[in-house]
Design a protein around this ligand. Structure first.
Ligand SMILES: C[S@@+](CC[C@H](N)C(=O)[O-])C[C@H]1O[C@@H](n2cnc3c(N)ncnc32)[C@H](O)[C@@H]1O
Ligand SMILES: [Zn+2]
Length: 277
């Protein structure tokens, strides 16, 4: 079985990385600490990580996911991903957050190992411990990935930034990219009352453009479900997503407290399987 860090390369010289006491090191002597919480700090300081999830966003996301509201989505993604991952294969989750979906996929794919990449230290502290067969590393997806060419069997990209050229390079030729995006119906009942940004209807077009020339769409499966949310769940839903960058936390709490509780809310996603073009 592959070890979680086997697919990683030294971001400074491109050589392989091997675990050494609390660090990953390459033959040329570059060394990257593994944090107490298990993730490798490959990203040197001084880079802009403005899009990284904050501590408050990660806390809200972990609480919302922990309440099971997206468990059905995780099951659907795992059911799609597992048959695409050969025994002993490697799953890369690009923009993994807390590692929630990567864990679900690894549970469904015995013998596979997983690697979570994210810029947010707060997310990585959870992703680094999310699953016994997963490792995590801090990296910015806009840069060339410190991942071996053709080493990945299944690449997950769940509500996270994408890098078509690099995603294609790291996937083996028969590998698959699985992308989850929200539809404009997602959380519709919460949007006006909680002041959430609407899901841009052009999102799907942007996704296609970002992957154009690198991938072809094989199939898309819709996943829709209603969930019953308490005021606390609604507060977490607002605090974990892109709108959190624009909203005042006290105002979010006040708005959530004014909602009927429980409130029936639509969750609506597209799960798309792409193949290297
Ligand atoms: C909406 S969250 C989704 C997290 C996870 N996939 C999930 O659904 O639970 C987006 C994630 O992408 C990460 N992110 C944003 N910009 C990034 C970048 N340039 N490189 C790597 N990760 C990034 C954030 O830190 C955050 O964890
Ligand atoms: Zn090196």
């Amino acid at each position: 079985m592959a070890e979680p860090f086997d697919a990683l390369l030294c971001p400074l010289c491109g050589d392989g990385l091997r675990p050494r006491a609390a660090a990953l090191g390459c033959p040329r002597g570059h060394s990257f600490d593994i944090a107490r919480q298990g993730y490798a700090g490959l990203l040197a300081g001084g880079v802009s990580t403005a899009s990284a999830d904050t501590a408050a966003m990660v806390r809200a996301r972990a609480a919302f996911l922990g309440a099971g509201h997206y468990a059905g989505l995780a099951d659907a993604l795992a059911a799609l991903a597992a048959p695409l991952c050969p025994p002993g294969g490697t799953v890369l989750d690009a923009g993994a957050g807390t590692g929630y979906y990567l864990s679900a996929v690894l549970d469904a794919a015995p013998g596979a190992s997983g690697l979570a990449l994210d810029t947010s230290k707060h997310a990585l502290r959870r992703a680094g411990r999310a699953h016994p067969r997963a490792g995590a590393a801090r990296w910015d997806l806009r840069r060339p990935l410190p991942v071996r060419t053709g080493s990945i069997d299944v690449l997950l990209n769940v509500f996270a930034p994408r890098n078509g050229g690099e995603f294609r390079r790291v996937l083996r030729p028969g590998g698959a990219l699985l992308v989850v995006t929200p539809t404009p119906r997602h959380l519709a009942e919460l949007r006006p009352s909680m002041g959430l940004l609407s899901v841009d209807a052009a999102k799907e077009d942007r996704l296609r453009r970002a992957l154009d020339g690198h991938f072809r769409l094989e199939r898309t499966t819709p996943y829709d479900a209603t969930v019953e949310l308490t005021a606390e769940d609604a507060e977490n839903a607002a605090s974990m997503g892109p709108s959190a960058h624009h909203l005042d936390p006290d105002e979010v709490r006040r708005r959530a407290a004014r909602l009927p509780s429980p409130l029936t809310v639509t969750t609506s996603f597209r799960l798309s399987v792409y193949r290297p073009a």
